[in-house]
Design a protein around this ligand. Structure first.
Ligand code: FRU
Length: 517
């Protein structure tokens, strides 16, 4: 259709449809489910970093965190819930390395990528790992412990180093121990014992008190995290052996390990890197089909009394920036919500305006059309007037115009009756048995009424009128057709041709046969 109005309306509808579809197409948000084995400062820091990274990259990301409070069954349930919530990828720090393999396999079977971070489960069925090297953390702590004890006055006695592990069902405890024990094994001059802890400061405190009670004080206690190191410090203070036992931990967080080194409670702490933003980056790379490394080892470092202030400064600055980022992100999310609402409102207004424009165009088109028809009619009228008033056309005009005197005149009641009667008689005259009652009935009159009316108008009785009309018709048929006399007699309603002939003679003074010669 090439009608311009149709084209304009079609294009406007197209624009409205495009505006609607673009406003309705939601930008994909990648849902990252995070299953944390437990709580504590270290995990809170990772969580904050992951949340802050939600708006850091080119894609929309939603980080959903669940905390299992060191309970493996709870963690399994939480992973199920996260998957049911429709996450696109699972980030998990398994509470116990051997207990989560089946759950992880289930998640993988559903086609979801799985990132292990910080801890691993005993399975090779995972997409990627990201975290510090725990073997390296143990090794570096071993080397540093040697340095520390070597610098201590030992008065001829064998240096004594005690290791208190995290829960040995977890991979970091296994690997930290592996790294530390390896260094110790290379130094037979060291008296080295390893006691199994459970990541809590209470258990570390209890183990230390037990050791102090034996009267053989360790020169250095290495704990698998700074939390446990505070338990050791507590025992040392309580047993009044402060300064005699050096304490080393892992995690190196501001407000925790870093402060303990600054206060002199600890001789050092190994920074076990968090980098939540790198976890989110890795997740996005996997989800968007980009290249990624399967094993991603984050760099750690030893905090000592020598570098602690510098590390503290940097860490605080980083923490503050992270905190600011979270605030900015909250504001951003609020503005985004507002923007989305306004955007939808704007699109609705545009669509509304387009529909109004279409309605206006259609209305104007309809008005224009009717005016056009009106104008056409007017000009036709004018043409007609011109046609009839123009002298050359007058003759033609007369062809179609009936002179007034020939126009039908108003008819009287009697005239109407007479015409009706004439009609009815003509219709029925061929019936030789026609009765006056039948005639009257057809005219809507009784026999008497018919008699009076016919008599008044014609001066004849209905029977006389019928006979006269039959004979006149017969006369006309005799003179205008080749039908036989008998045929004509029957046609006009006479019972026998003889009777017809007699009546005819009486009426016209001659026999029907006379008219045929
Ligand atoms: C926190 C924590 C840290 C430790 C890490 C090992 O939950 O215990 O202190 O470095 O987990 O996975």
């Amino acid at each position: 259709m090439n009608n311009p109005i149709y084209l304009i309306c079609r294009n406007l509808i197209l624009i409205a449809a495009i505006a609607l579809t673009t406003s309705c197409t939601e930008v994909k948000t990648y849902k990252i489910g995070v299953s944390q084995c437990g709580q504590g400062q270290w995990r809170e820091k990772v969580n904050d970093e992951m949340l802050a990274a939600q708006h850091l990259y080119e894609k929309n990301v939603k980080v959903i965190i669940a905390n299992a409070h060191d309970n493996t069954q709870l963690q399994i349930n939480q992973i199920d819930s996260l998957v049911n919530e429709g996450i696109d990828l699972l980030v998990v720090a398994p509470n116990e390395s051997s207990q989560l393999s089946a759950t992880i396999s289930e998640v993988r079977k559903k086609g979801l990528p799985v990132i292990f971070f910080d801890r691993k489960a005993v399975t090779d069925d995972y997409t990627a790992f990201i975290g510090g090297s725990n073997v390296e953390a143990g090794r570096a702590s071993g080397e540093y412990s040697l340095e520390v004890v070597e610098s201590m006055p030992i008065n001829g006695k064998q240096p004594f180093i005690m290791e208190i592990t995290g829960h040995m069902s977890t991979s970091p405890a296994q690997e930290r121990h592996e790294g530390f024990a390896k260094v110790m094994a290379e130094h037979s001059e060291i008296n080295y014992v390893c006691r199994e802890g459970d990541w809590t400061s209470e258990e570390a405190c209890r183990i230390t008190e037990e050791q102090i009670k034996t009267g053989i004080l360790p020169d250095l206690v290495f704990c698998h995290n700074d939390g446990m190191a505070t338990g050791v410090y507590k025992a040392v203070v309580e047993k009044k052996v402060e300064g005699k036992i050096k304490i080393l931990g892992i995690d190196g967080l501001p407000g925790e390990g870093i402060e303990y080194v600054q206060f002199g409670h600890q001789v050092g702490s190994y920074i076990y890197p968090t980098h939540g933003e790198k976890i989110v980056r890795l997740a996005l790379d996997i989800l968007t089909g980009k290249y990624y490394e399967r094993e991603n080892i984050l760099q750690g470092m030893m905090i000592t009394p020598e570098n602690v202030n510098l590390v503290d400064l940097n860490s605080r600055e980083l923490m503050k920036q992270n905190h600011d980022l979270i605030i900015i992100q909250d504001k951003l999310e609020a503005s985004l919500k507002l923007y989305n609402t306004e955007h939808k409102f704007l699109i609705a207004s545009i669509v509304g305006m387009i529909l109004l424009a279409i309605a206006a165009i259609l209305a104007m088109y309809a008005i224009w059309q009717s005016r056009k028809t009106l104008r056409e009619r007017q000009s036709m009228n004018e043409e007609q007037t011109l046609f009839y008033t123009d002298a050359s056309n007058r003759k033609l005009h007369e062809l179609f115009i009936i002179p007034e005197e020939q126009l039908p005149q108003p008819r009287s009641q009697d005239m109407i009756f007479a015409e009706q009667l004439n009609e009815t008689i003509r219709k029925n005259m061929s019936n030789p048995n026609l009765k006056m009652e039948d005639l009257g009935e057809e005219m809507g009159l009784s026999r008497v009424q018919l008699y009076r009316k016919v008599k008044a108008i014609t001066g004849l009785t209905p029977v006389e009128l019928l006979r006269q009309m039959r004979l006149q018709k017969a006369y006309s048929l005799l003179t205008s057709t080749t039908k036989t006399i008998s045929e004509i007699a029957y046609e006009v309603g006479f019972g026998t041709p003889g009777y017809f002939s007699n009546c005819f003679k009486k009426q016209f003074g001659k026999y029907p046969t006379d008219l045929r010669t």
